[in-house]
Ligand binder design. Structure first.
Ligand code: GDP
Ligand code: GDP
Length: 473
């Protein structure tokens, strides 16, 4: 059976103000614009995807991870941060060329020498400085040759990522050539990368086989929401086709099962192990495994605990699902034994805090006694079908024309945007590309109106939908 190979994870580590979020944004910027569309989504992004040539990776900004403790940099590196450092394939440790070496840097360096697999030391804010001068004092950290970069200008960032990824054993699908050199630089050919992204060519390259029948399902949620319980409820009743447990830690664990004539591959997030007939989680919760599982899936089942309030961590996981564009079903678990007041409260909280998930179906379930579990799987099937729906150009264009007739786009100055036709630009999530003239003038509110029209007309519930404009001149 195929093993889904998770994308490598790069963790950004460093004290406050060294430039972690600036570097994060530069490494993941092709995605940032897509996420911005979801109203109500928390803006502080901590996880993202990037790409070096053909090589995808995940980036985690550990700086935004956990509430900051009262004192001491080590206390600040809360549990999830330490875990992320240990689990990341490479850590990029950022220091500040202008501020110079700092006692906190030394403390972090000590921690990294003990707990990280690979560390690359990046000396940020080095634009306009002499190379030797900028890096000299950081040799003392004992983490190898420091690399001067400028996160805000992009200098040295391509080389840095190239070097970071060279630590990984997996073969590179494409040799980093001269063309990649300045991928991240403001002066470099970064728009080439963006253009490829727009054509959807990269997505196809990353996942060549058309996903038709087998549903790759990731069950995610914070610790103790009931993921293992649900998985056991699902698998306990069903014929288990295969259980794959590769030896290396970097491989995701998959369980294949069938139910009511549908085939599923369950992608584990929790370090699932089999004990007799029962699966149990060994490592309780891992942000990085969660990200990798979402990445490797087509459909995500996000579990929430109805006995607990909805937390920032729930919102962050949900935000990452949106960013990747995976189809989504939400299960509000532990519904058994709740009084009606609590039930009402939790549903209101969900609508308030996670309203950007309104495209997804919400189920109230009990993983423990199985109530609602069949309905969840039906929604998973429907979300999968929606994510891979085939939308023909004539049908899309007919719907576009009907939508415009009912409500034309607003004029901007003397221009009235003219939309001519629509075609499908991708799947999982479906991308609908609208062609015409003066489409830059179309406001976001109108784009959302079209999104709703397409969603309703083609019954695209359970999947994010991306409506994009392409002006011809
Ligand atoms: P974080 O706290 O580590 O996430 O740091 P930020 O990314 O928020 O950056 C802190 C400050 O440093 C901001 O004012 C940035 O604009 C600035 N900064 C980040 N990268 C660079 C750089 O390469 N050069 C210069 N001169 N400033 C930078
Ligand atoms: P995980 O960390 O997300 O895998 O959560 P577990 O499956 O280990 O569940 C955490 C705890 O919640 C365990 O004590 C479960 O028995 C309990 N639990 C899970 N699902 C339910 C449910 O539907 N109802 C109730 N009442 N408890 C549940």
């Amino acid at each position: 059976m195929n093993t889904i190979s998770p994308k490598p994870v790069i963790a950004l580590v460093g004290r406050a103000n060294v430039g972690k979020s600036t570097l994060f944004n530069r490494l993941t910027r092709t995605r940032a614009a897509l996420v911005a569309d979801f109203s109500g989504l928390t803006r502080d992004r901590h996880y993202g995807e990037g790409r070096m040539g053909n090589r995808p990776y995940l980036v985690v900004d550990t700086g935004g991870f956990e509430p900051v403790a009262k004192q001491g940099i080590l206390k600040e590196m809360a549990k999830q941060t330490l875990q992320a450092i240990a689990e990341a394939d490479v850590v990029i440790f950022l220091v500040d060329a202008r501020a110079g070496l700092n006692a906190h840097d030394e403390e972090i360096a000590r921690l990294l020498r003990r707990g990280a697999q690979h560390v690359v030391l990046a000396v940020n804010k080095a634009e306009g400085m002499r190379h030797e001068a900028s890096i000299a004092e950081f040799h003392a950290l004992g983490l190898g040759e420091p690399r001067a970069i400028s996160a805000s200008h992009g200098d040295g960032v391509s080389d840095l990522i190239d070097h970071a990824l060279s630590h990984l054993d997996a073969p590179e699908p494409d040799e980093p050539g001269e063309g990649d050199e300045d991928l991240f630089s403001d002066d470099g050919p970064s728009d080439i990368d963006l253009a490829q992204e727009e054509d959807g060519a990269q997505d196809e390259a990353a996942e060549p086989e058309p996903v038709k029948h087998r549903i790759k399902l990731a069950v995610v949620g914070r610790p103790n929401v009931g993921k293992s319980t649900l998985i056991n409820t699902l698998l306990g009743e069903e014929r288990l086709v295969a259980f794959d447990m590769p030896g290396t830690t970097r491989d995701a664990i998959e369980v294949e099962f069938e139910r009511k004539g549908k085939s599923y591959t369950l992608i584990d997030t929790a370090g699932l192990r089999r004990r007799g007939k029962v699966f149990e989680a060994i490592e309780k919760f891992s942000v990085i495994k969660t990200l990798q599982a979402i990445e490797a899936s087509n459909v995500v089942l996000l579990m929430l605990d109805a006995q607990q309030d909805i937390s920032d961590q729930d919102a962050h996981i949900a935000g990452f699902v949106l960013e990747t564009g995976r189809a989504l079903v939400v299960a509000l678990n532990k519904w058994d034994g709740l009084d009606s007041e609590r039930k009402e409260f939790v549903q209101r909280e969900f609508e308030r805090k996670l309203r950007f998930l309104s495209f997804a179906k919400l189920h109230t379930i009990s993983a423990l006694n199985g109530a609602g579990v069949d309905a969840v799987l039906r929604s998973v099937n429907a979300a999968h079908a929606a994510a891979f729906a085939k939308l023909s150009t004539p049908k899309l264009t007919r719907e576009l024309i009907a939508a415009v007739e009912q409500q034309p786009p607003p004029r901007k100055g003397i221009f009235r945007p003219k939309m001519r036709y629509a075609h499908q630009g991708g799947q999982n999530p479906p991308r609908i590309v609208i062609h015409g003239n003066a489409l830059d003038a179309i406001p976001d509110s109108y784009r959302r109106y079209l999104e709703t029209r397409f969603r309703t007309a083609f019954k695209l519930d359970g999947t994010p939908l991306r409506v994009e404009f392409k002006s011809s001149r």
